[in-house]
Design a protein around this ligand. Sequence first.
Ligand SMILES: [Ca+2]
Length: 274
Amino acid sequence: MEGKMMLAIFLASVELYAVVRSSCPACTNIDNFSDLVIHNTAMDSTFKILKDFGLLRCVQQCLFRTRCNSINFDISRSICELNQATNNSPSFRNGSLFSEMTNWPKRLAGICENRSCPTNKTCVIEKQGSQKFTDCITDDRSPLDKGYTKAPAFPFFYKTYTVNKNYADASQTCHDEGARLMEPDTEEKNTFIRGIIDEQNTNHVFFGLTDFQDIGDYRWVSNNATLTFNDWQRKEPQLGRGEFCAAFYKGLAWQWVNIYCYRELQFMCEITVA
Ligand SMILES: [Ca+2]
């Protein structure tokens, strides 16, 4: 009962805190939740992204994992990022929230409070009838451990490859890591990716867009969706030449071109939130 009451107070306090922080000084002092840093996010140490998790469940998911030490929480999109760093100083990001584990009531973890699982595992609470018990289950291998980097303002991890491969082999390389070829499907993401590949010593970088089905009908590979945004160069895509794959081209500020799939180019993989 006390626990439920505490959770209710916590949730209420978070809402109040986010909305009327300045006019609600008492809200900042309930049960050690005084350190929710609104409009901030920590970079570089996110090892897991969870979608459609409320703030409380995000905090719990962090408490369940030995390697987790802080969270970023995207308030409007309910995206929860678990960070492993202990003392990363958060930087400004509108609509985000940062909080460190050291300031949370540990009993939010329920019966997982005193269960410490190995670093690659997470504690889960299971039920059998009215009995609850804990278990340590293997966590998905973190993209961070596979050499991926978390995009600071986006819910995905990315990795650049400086080896040249044809489209099929590039795609397979991403797939083998539980990833896919990068899909720059919004203007914001496209701009971010162009910034990343501009550091690469190359002229072309494949990404996950093809018109294998119908010439000129370009589709994102992951979900077969048509384009709602594009960044084709002025004379691209050129049709009827068998150029079924897409790549960024340095020649014109990394705008898009279609290109032969057998060309061996650099590429970029991404791992998004499931
Ligand atoms: Ca072309």
